[in-house]
Design a protein. Structure first.
Lengths: 108, 420
């Protein structure tokens, strides 16, 4: 009985790298959006019974806090623009990583 | 020849029905977390899962090859004996799948299929007909390693997501933006599910076609009509099954934050997709559950409820032998009674399916009869409402206290000076 242990290590490494790239780039993208003064406030699509993480009241409060933080942004308009482009770049990396992963599987 | 044709048709119908139950059973794997965090409306989530399962089924055929040309040694079994064995194996898989669904026990559709096929082959043919090396390296070991791997990846990803977006000045951190990301990552999980789970049924049908002489054994790829049939069936099952799960989610995934859900889904999708590329036939339920537990542990102040973890693990461990036992009994009927045994098996299969249908009609959706293994996994980790501060937050707090003490001392000194 021969077991290809290297294949397991390869799967783990590939999955770990992919997850870190996707989550890391998306998180940095969000951070950059916040730096650019565009704090994303995404309320749940529907307040079902399953959702206990945020109430409608809390969502409204979060939107107000985000607007207030955007007004008090210490960055200059040029710096904000750079942060915004950096955010878009991060989201693009994230999307490209996902596409590359799917392509690798299709082409294998 | 006519009997063989009939059995092949029965195997195809039964395999497609298994595919339907697989989709039905596993909708929650992809869509449990985005519904729980509110990233997607339940109806949209289920429709998206169904479409992406359909697309995913066309992306890769590696897992299908593992099933059709790996686990069972076709050369060790004569073709007339082989088709009833596959038939019996499928009955074992479907029966166990339905039973666990009815009882609300954690289980894996994939392992039910493998268990059923292996059990039926052991009884219907011989031990030599099973390639244990392949079973070990492509089924058993991935089953043991994959949930752990997914958990570790989800843990690291969650830590990373929180560390990058953490703010120390109490200003908005924008973490609700992970809800947007969840739409894509949950779609990716649904896609990954299609690449892995739809392939299993394709493999079974291809195996039956090869043994019936309807397909050249040198070509392991499933035929186009098989791919289409399996893709459509799993998509239909996903769409139909989802409705029963949605309302029960609230009881399981009580506290999944968007950053955590995003990380868990990314870990699930990357593990399944990487495994599919290597031809490992994974249980998507186990991988998704491992990710949910791992991402829960990635949050500060979380602890594991080992009782719940144990219950889930027992369900996982039991699935393979239990489905194998049912498959073996079904094969035994075929061995003892020949053609009549197949008829008895068919009647039993219809009875099980009918029983499930009647039971589901009698009992409306509730936590007991809906398949919520992934939701159960959410309960395996206890997360504190107010997590303990990080090292940097503690340092900031100490600094604030020091400054406040200095201020008080200065104020006292000034007051004292004023009195004098």
């Amino acid at each position: 009985m021969t077991i290809d242990w290297v294949a397991f290590v390869e799967v783990f490494a590939a999955a770990l790298v992919a997850a870190v790239v996707v989550v890391g780039s998306y998180a940095v993208g969000l951070r950059m959006l916040v730096r650019a003064g565009r704090v994303p406030v995404v309320t749940p699509a529907e307040f079902t019974d399953a959702i206990t993480v945020i109430s409608e009241k809390e969502a409204r409060r979060a939107a107000k806090a985000a607007a207030k933080a955007a007004k008090k942004n210490p960055l200059t308009p040029a710096q904000r623009q750079v942060a915004l482009w950096a955010a878009y770049a991060c989201f693009t990396i994230c999307a490209l990583a996902v596409l590359a992963g799917i392509l690798l599987i299709v082409l294998k | 020849m006519e009997t063989a044709t009939l059995i092949v048709l029965l195997v195809i119908v039964l395999a497609l029905f298994f595919d339907f139950t697989n989709g039905f059973h596993d909708t929650a794997n992809a869509m449990a977390t985005p519904i729980a965090t509110g990233a997607l409306k339940p109806k949209v989530a289920v429709l998206l899962a169904a479409i992406l399962n359909l697309v995913g089924a066309f992306l890769s055929t590696e897992v299908s090859k593992t099933i059709s040309h790996g686990i069972i040694r076709e050369d060790q079994i004569s073709p007339p004996d082989f088709l009833p064995i596959i038939f019996a194996g499928l009955i074992g898989a479907i029966t166990w799948n339905m039973l666990t669904w009815l009882l609300g026990l954690p289980s894996s559709s994939s392992h039910a299929l493998f268990g059923g096929l292996i059990g039926a082959t052991l009884v219907g043919a011989s031990i030599a007909a099973i390639d244990f090396g392949m079973v070990m390296s492509r089924v058993v070991l991935p089953a043991l390693i994959a949930p752990f791997t997914a958990g570790v990846i989800a843990f690291c990803a969650t830590r990373l997501a929180y560390a990058v977006t953490r703010r120390y000045d109490s200003k908005p951190d924008g973490r609700s933006g992970f809800r947007w990301g969840q739409i894509f990552t949950s779609s990716l999980v649904a896609l990954a599910h299609g690449t892995n789970d739809a392939q299993k049924t394709m493999g079974v049908i291809t195996l039956a076609l090869v043994m019936a002489g309807w397909q050249d054994s040198a070509h392991a790829d499933p035929q186009l009509w098989v791919i289409f049939a399996c893709a459509i069936t799993i998509a239909l099952g996903t769409y139909m099954g989802g409705w029963r799960i949605i309302r029960t989610l609230g009881k399981g995934l009580t506290d999944v934050k968007p950053a955590q859900g995003f990380s868990a889904e990314t870990a699930t999708a990357s593990t399944i997709l990487a495994s599919s590329a290597f031809g490992f036939a994974l249980s998507t339920t186990q991988v998704a559950s491992g990710s949910v537990i791992g991402s829960g542990l990635g949050r500060r102040g979380s602890t594991v409820r080992w009782g719940t973890v144990g219950r889930i693990a027992i369900g996982w461990v039991l699935t393979l032998p239990a489905a194998g036992a049912v498959g073996a009994v079904a094969a035994l009927l075929v061995v003892w009674f020949g053609g009549w045994g197949i008829a008895v098996d068919a009647v039993l299969a219809v009875a099980v399916i009918l029983g499930l249908y009647l039971r589901s009609r009698r009992n409306e959706v509730n936590a007991g009869n809906a398949m919520s293994e992934v939701a159960d996994s959410g309960m395996a980790v206890k997360v504190k409402r107010n997590p303990p501060p990080t090292r940097r937050q503690r340092a900031i707090l100490r600094e604030e206290q020091r400054q406040a003490a200095l201020e008080r001392r200065r104020a006292r000194r000034e007051n004292g000076g004023g009195k004098r």
